[in-house]
Each structure stands twice: as C-alpha cells, then as structure tokens.
Write a protein that binds this ligand. Sequence first.
Ligand code: ITT
Length: 199
Amino acid sequence: MKKLLIATRSAGKLPEMKSLLAGLPFDLYGVGDIPELFDFDVEEVGHTFEENAIIKAKGFGEKTGLLALADDSGLEVDILHGRPGIRSARYAPGSDSDRYLTLLKEMENARDGERGAQFYSAVAVYEPGTGRVATTNGICRGRILYEPKGERGFGYDPIFFADDLGKTFAEATLEEKQSIDHRGKAMAKMREVLLRDFV
Ligand code: ITT
C-alpha cells in the first residue's frame, strides 16, 4: 500500500484526520513517525486557507518524498469581518483558551443575533515526483457563545455552538462533530479525490 503522510503538528487535528481516512488503501503516517521531520516546519505565508494547505502539503511532501495531506483551517466570525480567519492559530499568545477568551472579549458587546460564525477547512494533497496537487474544502455554520461550554475537542471548540448539533463542538463526541463539521466535509470530498486519483 502507498504511504500517506498526515502533515499536521496539531494534536487536535491528527486523530480527527486519521479517523476520517479510515478504510482507505493507504499506510497512514503522522509527522511524529518520521525522524527527519523532528525539527522541520514550513512557514504559512499564504493569504488563503487553500494556499496555506498547499504550502504545508508540498513542504512536507517534498521533504519526505511521501504523498502528503494537510489541513489549513480556522474560525471566521461575521461581526469581525472574518477574523481570526487564517490567523486563528496565532490570534493571541498562549494557549487555546487564551485565544478564545481574547475573541470573547472582543465580542462582548455583540448581541444574540450578531454572533454568527463559521469554521472553514481547506485540505490539500501533494504528490512528490509528479507535483500533482488537489484541494477540497468544507464550511460549518454556528454561533459564538458568551462563555465556554464543554471539555472535549481543541482550539475554539468550547465557544462554537453548532446549530446542526444543538451544542458546542466541545460538548460533542468526535463522531458527532465530524458528521457535520468543516473538516469532516472537506475530508469526505478528499476521500473521493484520493481514491480516484492518488491510490
Ligand atoms: P498544523 O498547521 O500543523 O496543521 P495548526 O494548529 O497550526 O496545525 P492551522 O494553521 O490550520 O493549524 O490553524 C488552525 C487553527 O484554527 C487551530 O489552531 C484552531 O485554533 C482553529 N481550528 C481549526 N479547526 C478547528 C476545530 O475543528 N475546532 C476548534 N478549533 C479549530
């Protein structure tokens, strides 16, 4: 079976992406499985989620010679004109909770009808040797709560209330979250692309 590298350093994304690739005819590898990636990283200098996903897939694919899959994602808040967007991972220094508390503070005057938001995910695959690239994407709508709720997940999950689930992503099981979320949708499309063009 062909090897497929899941090119993420996010401890939150890795189990999600692994489970969304289950059943495909690839040997899955994480960044932690490849010693030459120990101190390797790429700079996310793109202006869109798609550009950054390609930069990551290409960087890790070229470095290892493996078929590489990367996700670039983030939270886009309507009243903040799409912020934090592609800067979601570095919106404030510190931990995930430092970042979502910064966002909550910024939104403290936003009322019920003004708290709409969406998660966006772009997933890219890169094949070294041929240089072939493909991308897919997914969006999940919801709203930002006034305070965090739930213990599961990662990142902004505790403050994102998913309309389709009737709870926050941090209150949802992995299966519930993936059945409706941005990465689940992007990866469902990517499964088709991988099976059709990259097996
Ligand atoms: P890699 O680049 O190594 O994959 P990263 O965490 O830096 O890891 P991104 O640059 O794509 O990844 O940043 C995405 C950020 O958006 C992430 O740090 C979270 O804060 C947020 N995010 C993305 N998907 C999320 C989700 O499903 N739930 C909560 N937060 C999410």
